[in-house]
Ligand binder design. Sequence first.
Ligand code: ATP
Ligand code: DP6
Length: 422
Amino acid sequence: MGEELQRWILMVTARAPTNIAVIKYWGKRDEKLILPINDSISFTLDPDHLSATTTVAVSPSFTSDRMWLNGKEVSLGGERYQNCLREIRSRGNDVVDEKNGIVIRKEDWQRLHLHIASYNNFPTAAGLASSAAGFACLVYSLAKLMDVKEKYQGELTAIARRGSGSACRSLYGGVVKWQMGKETDGSDSIAVQLATEKHWEELVILVAVVSSRQKETSSTTGMSQSVETSELLRHRSQEVVPKRVLQMEEAIANRDFGSFAKITCADSNQFHAVCLDTSPPIFYMNDTSHRIINCVERWNRSEGTPQVAYTFDAGPNAVMYAPNRKVAGLLLQRLLFYFPPDSSKTFSSYVIGDTSILEEIGVNSMKDVESLTAPPELKSESSSSTFPGGIDYFICTRPGKGPILFRNEDQALLNPKTGFPL
Ligand SMILES: Nc1ncnc2c1ncn2[C@@H]1O[C@H](COP(=O)(O)OP(=O)(O)OP(=O)(O)O)[C@@H](O)[C@H]1O
Ligand SMILES: C[C@@](O)(CCOP(=O)(O)OP(=O)(O)O)CC(=O)O
């Protein structure tokens, strides 16, 4: 049968999580290959709460590569998409689906076109690492479609890295390290899993999505300016991070929350100090971010040991780690006291994700939020101001697993008959 008559469509759907670094990646030694100037370590977040789902389809009837993100067509012309597509295509293998009469030879991947549809179950480009989940999911689903077999462990992470550096860490669950590597071709700049999501499963991760209308400097631009101008970044990458990575690995291996919290907060604060040390300075955190830091620091100090850790990426949102549900409840009580929802919000949209912690602390309605009292560490202070509306909403989550393939076509974002978005 001539190929022009063939109308088969082969497709695959996968889901990949986002991740939040506790030792930050900030600065590239090679911008084209996306090679970092230091190692970084992250926790993968539960994909039920923060993930990308992507369907990739191939058919001889497709006339060009096309992509739809959250229902809108987007261009695949950018260098980062092109690099990922090229690297994956060149590793494609023979794929035969006898039942449906589909035979794809490895060399066919170069000329067959793709349709890609992706959906994020959380806001895109809101500083919640959608690019990490998105590129990890793209590379993972394409690798499944084309039956790519890794020649070395982490080869796929090196391809996801070409989409967005932090994306390489989203190909595994639990705790992940991105090793900066030494090779000039980037082949050893890969992610490795340090521990699975089961290793420290009592951890609770609370994301505070901070209201912000300001347009921030993108991570890519910001880190490039920091590499060019910040002395502190040179010191950080050469002297501070190598030691910190070892300490962090040890803290995580021993589930030593005290050390983990100290290093996590210190690393976030140094990253933001580097941003201030950049010329012109970059401000990612806002007043609300600073208030969250104050709230946690004051509480930690009053208890004498760290109760909670905080970390901030290239934006004002806070990600907080609590050692267990009990402490997470105490944290939520404090944050809801300081940052009650403004009148436009409903209670059920203010805390999302795993909301069972709210039940445990007996906060089930706006009325319960209103009756929260100032935490004990504030009692001695004359003012205990609250800041209604400072936080948009909270996501309550936990360490999560890596990408998964959906066997069931129900999850597909493309119509299996037409190859276009449903
Ligand atoms: N599901 C997805 N599939 C493919 N690409 C995606 C997906 N989601 C986001 N992206 C890509 O990532 C870009 C957004 O990245 P950007 O770095 O601006 O935001 P972010 O990752 O949400 O925030 P940050 O990097 O500050 O944490 C989108 O414009 C798109 O190119
Ligand atoms: C502050 C960070 O979130 C920076 C993430 O930077 P990106 O991975 O978004 O940057 P590019 O490689 O240029 O795409 C810290 C981190 O995730 O380690």
